[in-house]
Design a protein around this ligand. Structure first.
Ligand code: ASP
Length: 308
């Protein structure tokens, strides 16, 4: 039976200061989020799958240099890019993920190929890149990924000797999408460049099924953004699903337990986007802000950056 459908996206969470945001820049961020929502929504509206919708939304965000994923990925300690991505569908809990990949234009597409065309769930580094060639996944050269602002962020982080989320304001950066389609299927996807000045080989929560990304038709679909190490240790996305499945909590109540209690207790800054099987959407964060938005078939929608 046909039912309502919806999509939500995020472009990272953290200390996003109004004082360092110009109107023009804010509009660019909002346009990026809007374009991603529209790309996913167009697929859902035609009866397409939530899997294809989250992929399409994440591709738009990966292609936008403002967000820390794909083209806009931050630099690691040795001045390179290593990207992580995951995608999961709730109807059969199929999942695909890639970690520490270089030169892949859209890591989400590679994660989907791992899910659909390999016998594995997660592939990393050179092996994942070799697999990408067999699936005709698009590569891009270093110039495509070079961004002067990001390079400057690495120089500052190197001087300070710290590992930073995206840039000096400690804004996290990662992109993600969750969706419910007309057939009642949920899906989630997350893609990131990780953290500026991260150690070569470091992998965050985004590609780890159950930590940064999870989807289950019986409960919810979740995509996280924040300090990855803390999100891994809290197994955030799966924990929310479990609180709903085993304790009967609502999407909002379950998400609040993680974002406003468990993560806070261990210093885990960030947020997430969540959707349940009824199409309810919840976008909580415990940081200053989170680039976020949603669009539902009932006509409602919003795009926001700061707290209310
Ligand atoms: N969670 C990502 C990571 O730790 C970063 C982020 O969301 O900003 O790799």
């Amino acid at each position: 039976m046909k039912q309502n459908f919806a999509i939500a996206v995020h472009g990272g969470a953290g200390t996003i200061l109004k004082s360092s945001m110009t109107t023009a820049l804010q509009q660019e961020y909002e346009k990026g989020l809007q374009d991603a929502l529209e790309a996913g929504y167009a697929i859902l509206e035609k009866g397409g799958s939530s899997l294809d919708a989250v992929e399409a939304a994440v591709v738009i965000l990966e292609d936008c240099p403002l967000f820390n994923a794909g083209r806009g990925s931050v630099f690691n300690h040795i001045g390179g890019h290593e990207m992580d991505a995951a995608i999961m569908e709730g109807k059969n809990k199929a999942a695909g993920a890639v970690a520490g990949v270089k030169s892949i234009k859209n890591p989400v597409r590679l994660a989907k190929a791992v899910m659909q065309h390999s016998q594995h769930v997660m592939m990393a580094g050179n092996g994942a890149e070799d697999f990408a060639k067999t699936r005709h996944i698009e590569f891009a050269d270093d110039a495509y990924f070079f961004n002067q602002n990001r390079y400057q962020q690495l120089q500052e982080a190197l001087l300070e000797g710290v590992v930073q989320m995206d840039h000096t304001e400690k804004k996290f950066g990662t992109v993600g999408a969750v969706a419910l389609d007309m057939d009642g299927n949920l899906a989630a996807s997350t893609s990131t460049g990780g953290m500026t000045n991260k150690q070569f080989g470091r992998v965050g929560d985004s590609p780890i099924i159950g930590a940064g990304t999870y989807a289950n038709n019986d409960t919810c679909a979740i995509s996280c953004t924040g300090h990855g190490e803390l999100f891994i240790r809290s197994v955030v996305a799966h924990d929310i699903s479990c609180l709903m499945e085993y304790k009967g909590l609502s999407l909002q109540a379950a998400s609040d337990v993680l974002v406003h209690d468990k993560l806070i207790k261990i210093g885990g800054e960030g947020g997430l986007i969540a959707i349940d099987k009824a199409g309810n959407i919840y976008l909580p964060f415990n940081s200053e802000g989170m680039y976020r938005g949603f669009k539902k078939s009932d006509g409602s929608g919003e795009i926001k950056i700061y707290k209310e």
